[in-house]
Design a protein around this ligand. Sequence first.
Ligand code: URP
Ligand code: ZN
Ligand code: ZN
Length: 477
Amino acid sequence: MTNAFSGAQPFDLVIRNADVVTASDRFQTDIGVSDGVIVALGRRLGPGKREVDATGLLAMPGGVDGHCHLDQPMPDGLRMADDFFTGTRAAVCGGTTTVIPFAAQEKGGSLRAAVEDYHRRANGRAVVDYGFHLIVADPTEKVLREELPELIQEGYTSFKIYMTYDDLKLSDREILEVLSVAREHGALVMVHAENSDCIAWLTDKLVGQGRIAPKFHGLARPAAVEREATHRAITFAELVDVPILIVHVSGKDAIGQIRWAQGRGMPILAETCPQYLYLTADDMGHPGDDGYAGAKCVCSPPPRDSDNQEAVWKALKQGVFSVFSSDHAPFNYDDPQGKKPGGNAQSFEHIPNGIPGIETRLPLLFDGVRQGRLSLHKFVELTSYRPARLYGLYPRKGTIAIGADADIVLWDPDARVQITNDALHHAVDYTPYEGREVTGWPVHCFSRGEQLVANRQYLEPTPGRGQFLPADAPSLV
Ligand code: URP
Ligand code: ZN
Ligand code: ZN
């Protein structure tokens, strides 16, 4: 065999006959990997110490999940089921090779201390690489003038703020202060946009009427509440003149606000998640065996209806959204520290918000590709390339190119898979997608050249092999 690499050392790994799809290109190639990095792309590459034949499969960059919650400290009585080990294990089995969960400040606490604590939680546990977003819950002078600027400098270049939840929400004035710091230091703010007072008022009314079943969660958080907060967040971004990212957008009202801002040339970015494509408010009304199973689909903003699902698909295709994330929030269903705080069915206001989805994120969206709703390139753009760019990890992550980490996922585009919780790798006792059939599944997954999944089997790599990734400045395009 003669080519530029003849006579050289064998590669650590060669993936042969790959049909590579990136956000912009598609080409047939062998992929040569050494020291965890892609070092050669070309036909008939020289030998590898290991070789994998990718004939008939698609080779795509590993997914980057830019919004997931793992082992996040919770208020008393609640606990997340997934830590960095089980969460990243599930991630890679679903084709995601980089995760970015949240180091969350407590009100009255230090942001720096939250980051140090979160490193302790991740250390020795993660099986894929990870970065951290920050959650700014208490923007004191010290946080705004010292901690945040220093942390941005150190590679924590994105942070989330909340407009709702008593233990996390910021006042309008505080939001303006945080946005100003982001502008000055070049960070990206992610906004959870729902109007807190409206939710509290609606909740009190519903509970006062005895309407406490899980399905009433949706009535306490109608689209108007999300629409108003989305518009308010956009207004704040306009006043401060800074980009923001509206996270977990649920449907057409909020999309309308985002389109309006984008149409005016404002740098308003947006994220959506599988629950807004595949669940509806009716799923929160399913009684199940114990009359309470709707709690499995309680998240905020809540899933809406089929019209809204269509609006989200359309906006994904048209480029309104930059990223597609899981918002994996792993609470067990049958657990006194999960969806049934204290051990019994609860009024909807006490159900912890959020649903699991770190492993199913990519297969669910890929199924949309197979249904003709999105192109393969758009799929890679939304799930890997754009999150890598926005969160300062590109070009190490988010593409298949020489010099990039060999985070490569080989997909069988024709595999028909029925999603069942038994076959998933998270530590949560349910999936909201139980029984749903999808076409396409990741069959071989590599992280920095190490194969972690083969033929859909998890290979039990050493926990702790995942590395922390300090982030560069966000790249918005
Ligand atoms: O309901 C949700 N989305 N829970 C997770 C936390 C968040 O706000 O993203
Ligand atoms: Zn949120
Ligand atoms: Zn979230």
